[in-house]
Write a protein that binds this ligand. Structure first.
Ligand code: SF4
Length: 456
């Protein structure tokens, strides 16, 4: 099918998209202009304590022809990141280079032209199609907006694309309601393809579909990728979907990227505790399972005031013990569980014997840690919960390296030869230097410019 495939400006395997230190904050002051985006004065934005820091310092590349899967819990910033990459939202700071051009430096007609190359498919195929329009004109609409072809040419191309995405071209005159969910998503695909893009952001495109239909649509997307030379950023919260379609996988937590690796490396050799928890939560028999704690406890912190250091530290099951103590793993684990329970006011009793039995029956720390625990218990007995929380948080949680230093490491992969980035201090001993990282498959990782840190 001549004239339908993407351009060859960027050689296969070279970065098509380069995202550098991208931040997106929203104003959350609740006033008249609350909820509006702030995109002008960066220093002011940095100082505003009420900003929702939806995306923070995210960097990655997507090579031409690959699919980067982006996974994370609902509300972690995946969709905001995607929309900011496409400049549907203005970035607060950072850069997005598409085919080497910084999108932040263009606007108006040049940006509109650029958008022809960058399309997006949304989750809900029902609401993203105008019910009053027939599918033919729906597919033709973007071509018309970009001045492509004449009426006859657009109709021919729309019918050709409907066939390419697995629909009957004779359905050109049908309305969206006559199609199933999977078929409507195929119409969306045809619409996105109509302007001959190089890059498509797919935001949970199969989440609303029956599981039996998901695989069919994903297979069609893969076939279209080969035929049209497409590059995908594929967002999903379902790891089995991500595994099906991705070449590399990025994991997001609370606005930041915490791990990025080739698909096999990420699934078989996950390094970040959050990724491990996501994988452990997949409801299928997992021969890789080694009995790690599968469920995450605690609420996701607010992106208005995210934790210092590692953002995952308030829920991390393997928070690192502060250097000042020498507790066993079991003792430290009990201290963390106790500190978090006090923070959540998770128990009402002030019966100290009962609290000790509940939290320290199998392993109780001695020395300085014991003294601090006793002091905190004294506060609880006096119903001074705030004092107990402050003492425990400052002495233990906030004294961890996880709270004082932001982690960013590259490790040598066990599977394949791609780069493996992970934002966890537990990998620091295995971290490789930036030079060694650069020798691996030369795609940048979440901290830009090959800035891998082997801190120690
Ligand atoms: S840096 Fe610390 S808190 Fe963060 S994931 Fe690693 S061990 Fe857990």
């Amino acid at each position: 099918m001549s004239g339908l495939t993407g351009s060859d400006d960027v050689p296969e395997g070279e970065p098509l998209l380069e995202v550098r230190n991208l931040c997106k904050y929203f104003d959350n002051d609740g006033g008249l202009f609350g909820g509006m985006t702030l995109d002008s004065e960066f220093p002011f934005v940095e100082r505003n304590p009420s900003n929702v820091r939806a995306v923070e310092d995210v960097s990655f590349d997507i090579k031409k022809g690959e699919t980067l899967g982006l996974v994370g819990e609902s509300g972690c910033g995946k969709s905001t990141l995607a929309r900011t990459v496409l400049r549907l939202l203005e970035p607060t700071s950072g850069s997005v280079y598409f085919k080497g051009e910084d999108l932040a430096t263009i606007s108006g007609e040049p940006l509109r032209q650029k958008r022809q190359d960058m399309q997006m498919i949304f989750q809900d195929p029902q609401s993203s199609l105008d019910p009053r329009m027939k599918v033919g004109p729906i597919v033709e609409e973007p071509m018309q907006a970009h001045g492509m072809l004449d009426d006859e040419g657009r109709e021919a191309r729309a019918k050709e694309l409907l066939e390419k995405v697995g629909l009957d071209p004779q359905h050109y005159n049908r309305y969206p309601h006559a199609f199933s969910g999977g078929q409507r998503q195929r119409v969306n695909l045809a619409r996105a393809l109509s302007v001959n893009p190089d890059f498509i952001v797919c935001d949970e495109p199969v989440s609303a579909l029956d599981v039996s239909i998901q695989a069919q649509v994903l297979n069609t997307m893969q076939e279209l990728q080969d035929e049209f030379d497409l590059t995908y950023l594929f967002i999903a919260h379902d790891l089995s979907v991500i595994r099906h379609i991705s070449d590399r996988v990025a994991v997001m937590y609370l606005g930041q990227m915490v791990e990025l690796a080739d698909k096999e490396e990420l699934f078989e050799n996950p390094q970040h505790p959050y990724t491990q928890a996501l994988l452990d939560a997949i409801p299928v028999p997992d021969p890789r399972s080694d009995g790690r704690t599968a469920l995450l406890t605690g609420d996701v912190p607010s992106p208005i005031d995210p934790p210092s250091g590692c953002r995952f530290r308030t829920r991390c099951p393997v928070l690192i013990q502060p250097e000042a103590f020498e507790m066993t793993d079991a003792e430290w684990s009990n201290v963390v569980a106790f500190q978090r329970a006090v923070k959540r006011r998770a128990f009402e009793t002030t019966d100290l014997a009962e609290i000790r039995r509940r939290y320290f029956d199998d392993a109780a720390p001695d020395g300085d840690a014991e003294t601090l625990i006793d002091e905190a218990l004294g506060h609880i007995a006096a119903e001074e919960w705030d004092d107990a929380e402050q003492l425990l948080t400052e002495s233990f949680a906030d004294a961890s390296v996880c709270a004082t230093e932001e982690p960013a490491y590259e490790v040598a992969p066990e599977y394949g030869d791609g780069r493996h980035y992970t934002a966890c201090h537990r990998t620091r001993d295995a971290a490789i230097s930036a030079d060694d990282a650069a020798k691996l498959n030369a795609v940048e990782t979440p901290h830009a410019g090959g800035d891998a840190r082997a801190d120690d």
